[in-house]
Design a protein around this ligand. Structure first.
Ligand SMILES: Cc1ncc(COP(=O)(O)O)c(C=O)c1O
Length: 410
């Protein structure tokens, strides 16, 4: 068993050990990892790292002490709200990631419904089967139920099915931009209308799309309106540590108005230390993550995000064309950076195992069985190599046995 060393170990030795420990990790720089990483170039990484280190010790819990962080957070939130068609009434805050943003949106929606509808039963979230498990996690932790509705043939959420599932106990309806499994954008306008008709909170999970969809749309992608431009949208989660390209530990949670925003906060004074208030689930927050988000957003600006988005979209199109040629058509019509593809005639689990043996970390989707990619610039130079290896692995693999299934791990 490992115990704390009796004496400390010198940094040069530890540095070597740290380098050595990563030797067998997947080669994300070489484009071998289908998700987890959002790389936009060494220059962007350097800005994020330098900014992070400059505010490494400062704590986002203590905005009273660190006016710098308060300013960075306020600027980040304003930039986000402008991008997502906010107005003078819209509000928001930074959190440490998509899951935290979703937890806090669920908490705010639940508390508002409980206040407005005294005597209601177990609060429910209604969402499509493709919505992220962070909602189920939040529901499990906070005592809500989740009702998942079937998808339409194009893998988008079905507004009619969502409308039909809303009950007097529904406290939140969810739409995704895009949903993680197939990368398709849900019809937010229609879902928001169904929510509004029942007086229910509508959350848009743009954890993946928040910082890529606005630029993709300007570049001509066919993306329906999804943000505060849509009446009935109450809150939006949008992750900076995904397509904002900043340091991990950064997301934004945005609200239609002051009242809904207030539900994100939590106040307590029943202990000997007086008042305790946070907007976040966590207490201490890495000042570095806040500073890095501010620095990267200002470093890239609109032009930088557009340039990177164009390259990510081109890579997705190249992969779509290449995989279709191999007999693996894309599921649905993804407009952003995620794509899933497969075919009943190809044993994707067995092909995936061969790809793994060739050094690729393989992402799978289970319904229908296929492959899954969330793209970034590391994939751009290796798309051709990936397709060549995929063609070889398909040629080496016998057709699927009847009833074969795929297990997809995150
Ligand atoms: C659509 C969607 N929502 C939420 C999340 C959760 O984000 P995080 O892993 O930052 O908690 C993810 C993660 O991939 C996602 O794809």
């Amino acid at each position: 068993m490992t115990s704390l060393p009796k004496e400390g170990i010198a940094w040069p030795e530890l540095q070597l050990q740290l380098q050595d420990a990563g030797k067998h990790d997947a080669d994300w720089r070489g484009g071998r990892v289908p998700m987890f990483i959002h790389y936009a170039g060494d220059d962007v990484l350097e800005v994020a790292k330098q900014a992070y280190l400059m505010y490494f010790s400062e704590n986002g819990l203590g905005l009273r002490a660190f006016g710098s962080l308060a300013r960075f957070e306020s600027d980040v939130v304003r930039m986000a709200l402008t991008l997502m068609h906010g107005d003078d009434a819209t509000r928001g805050a930074m959190t440490t990631g998509g899951t935290e943003s979703i937890f806090l949106a669920v908490k705010a929606a639940r508390d508002q419904a409980k206040q407005r509808r005294p005597g209601m039963g177990t609060p429910q979230i209604v969402m499509a089967s493709s919505a992220h498990p962070a909602f189920d996690k939040a529901a499990h932790f906070m005592g809500l139920q989740v009702v998942r509705t079937p998808l339409r043939a194009d893998f988008t959420a079905d507004p009619a099915a969502i409308a039909a599932a809303i009950t007097g106990d529904t406290v939140m309806v969810v739409g995704s931009v895009p949903a993680f499994p197939h990368g398709v954008v849900d019809p937010i306008t229609e879902i928001a209308a169904a929510a509004a008709a029942h007086g229910v909170w509508m959350h848009v999970d743009a954890c993946v799309g928040g910082y890529i969809a606005p630029f993709a749309k300007k570049l001509g992608a066919d993306i329906p309106d999804w943000d505060f431009a849509v009446p009935g949208v109450t809150s939006i989660s949008a992750d900076l540590h995904k397509y904002g390209y900043t340091a991990k530990g950064a997301s934004t949670l945005l609200f239609r108005d002051e009242e809904s925003f207030a539900g994100m906060g939590w106040y307590f004074d029943g202990w000997p230390r007086g008042q305790y208030f946070t907007h976040t689930l966590v207490g201490t927050r890495a000042g570095g993550a806040i500073a890095a988000a501010w620095a990267v957003m200002n470093y890239l600006g609109e032009a930088g995000y557009r340039r990177i988005t164009q390259r990510v979209l081109d890579t997705r199109r190249a992969l779509q064309a290449g995989t279709a040629k191999l007999g693996l058509p894309t599921f649905g019509d993804p407009q952003l950076s995620i794509l899933a593809y497969g075919s009943a005639g190809i044993d994707t689990a067995a092909v995936g195992a061969r790809m793994t043996a060739r050094g690729w970390v393989v992402g799978h989707v289970t319904e229908p069985p296929g492959f899954h990619h969330m793209l970034n610039l590391t994939h751009e130079p290796v798309a051709g190599r990936y397709l060549d290896d995929l063609a070889t692995c398909i040629a080496e693999t016998p057709p699927p046995q009847r009833g074969a299934t795929v297990t997809a791990r995150y």
